[in-house]
Write a protein that binds this ligand. Sequence first.
Ligand code: RP5
Length: 162
Amino acid sequence: MTKPLVGIIMGSQSDWPTMREAADVLDELQVPYEAKIVSAHRTPDRLWDYGKTAVDRGLQVIIAGAGGAAHLPGMMASKTRVPVIGVPVQTKALSGVDSLYSILQMPRGFPVATMAIGAAGAKNGGLMAAGILALQDQALAVRLDAWRAALSASIADEPVDE
Ligand code: RP5
């Protein structure tokens, strides 16, 4: 098994349909990752251990998704210097604006790179992680450039009636 370079973590099983967007794009780009449920509130010891061991395990980027009182990305950023990308998961009650504000407003000193709410944010989190890794990995840089070019090429010049 290839050692994971990216850790995808989420507060609940219910976050996985969103966070799978990050996993899918990392699969497409052949970036090794792991996906774990780590809850700031329900499994705080797991969060602590994950953050404490992240550097030694060789993780280069962590993508952390959570919804509501979304403390996971910020707490992880407090525990490890591995860069944390935060994904606000969309919620039923407040549409994910609660998640967004919870993740975005970090105190000076402990940054979280916060993505958009929901699936687009998770996908962009995966792409952001790949972009960071591509700075030191020429083969990945080529794959990422090709992925971006293919997306651009798929956009029609003109709209059609659907
Ligand atoms: C957060 O609470 C999770 O990140 C999830 O988005 C939200 C709801 O979790 P469940 O009640 O669906 O497990 O901790």
